[in-house]
Design a protein around this ligand. Sequence first.
Ligand SMILES: Cc1cc2nc3c(=O)[nH]c(=O)nc-3n(C[C@H](O)[C@H](O)[C@H](O)COP(=O)(O)OP(=O)(O)OC[C@H]3O[C@@H](n4cnc5c(N)ncnc54)[C@H](O)[C@@H]3O)c2cc1C
Length: 401
Amino acid sequence: MHKKTRIVILGASFGGLTAAHELRRILPPGKREITVVARDDHFVFIPSLPWVAMGQRTMEQISFPIAPSLKSRGIEFVIGEATRIDPQSQKVHVGESVLDYDFLVIATGHRSANEAVPGLGPFDGPGHSLMSPRETEEARTAWSTFLEDPGPVVVGCAAGASCIGPAYEFAFEIDHALKKRKMRHRVPITFVTPEPFLAHFGVGGMGRARQFLEGEFEHRDINYHTSAAVSKITASSVELEDGKTFESHFSLIIPPLAGVGAVSNSPGLANPKGFVSVDEGYCHREFDNVYAVGVAVAYPPVDETPVPVNFPKTGHMTVQMAKSAAHNIAADVQGGERVTRPPFVHCIMDMGNTAARMQADPVRPPRNYVRMSVGRRWLWAKKAYEPYFLWKMKAGRTWLP
Ligand SMILES: Cc1cc2nc3c(=O)[nH]c(=O)nc-3n(C[C@H](O)[C@H](O)[C@H](O)COP(=O)(O)OP(=O)(O)OC[C@H]3O[C@@H](n4cnc5c(N)ncnc54)[C@H](O)[C@@H]3O)c2cc1C
């Protein structure tokens, strides 16, 4: 093996940056050479994208340039798109160059599988999305145009979606924003979801969240349809497989996700959807020097539902996975115990005028605990967490609250 252990990390978001800083912290400088590769030169705090769509934040407020933060801490940063991984020869292809590694961490997140439903947008169809900064900026423009000539709105998730929380947030946020503008009476809101019941979230439910969200939707006059399979989106409607059609002047349907091309095109690395199957220490099941964390990981659904709903991988869970993977790589390099703790979830759902905090440990049932609390204080906590997390990532701190 090379004198220093060469660790290549693909992705520089929740997973990639956490893994890089954790490895820098655990392994002595003389022992490691860490290279982060990412398509994007900025870290974006994705959980704030719904606020960008609503015009409450700009992209500049929720992002920072990655290069200075990594370089000042002795971590190489390559801006470029990995196109292929060759786990047998331990190489990653990035544009014209090839990087050799001793250990690889895959933290490349997702590709929106918009091909799943005709019309899922924005760049493939008339629908809107929050799944990336570029799509969110499009949604912001479309939302402000919509406000000039409002009408019915449909919000929700397509069959097979896993990132379900942001759809609820967006429904609550537009309800609140429209009320503030005294326009809510002109905008019927319909929520469509593949979940068998509200607040299933792809994790089988979260305690009393179901009753709470049913009550809130009823209280706020948000019509909802569960076990809904969206089959087509047009500029003026959202159609379901069972024949129901909802008029919409603005629709935002979260797509199902797939792995990115670099991973799905590399034979032997991923499942047919392009996600990487790992053991409980986030190590690839076949290649023991390849790790995967975050949205790139393959997790089976928690239960069988009439319409498919997939297991979510939140930013908070991604940070836990990246810390465990870094710890286990360090154990491979210099010996020590491996960690295999199943992820737990802490999240705050913005509801416009208030927020709900939900916690479950572990994420997959059966659980040791599920907690839920609602109040304006959680809205303030969510707002405060954004600059705190940005500072923490920039400064290379990896602890978790
Ligand atoms: C609208 C929205 C709201 C959310 N809200 C919350 C929330 O409130 N709380 C929470 O915990 N989670 C939330 N999440 C989930 C959270 O954002 C994700 O779990 C998290 O971003 C996953 O991090 P990741 O590192 O796995 O991937 P990503 O954040 O998707 O990052 C992928 C990285 O890989 C890079 N990359 C991709 N392909 C390549 C390639 N071929 N070559 C090189 N680099 C590549 C990208 O440039 C990027 O740096 C939300 C998600 C969305 C979409």
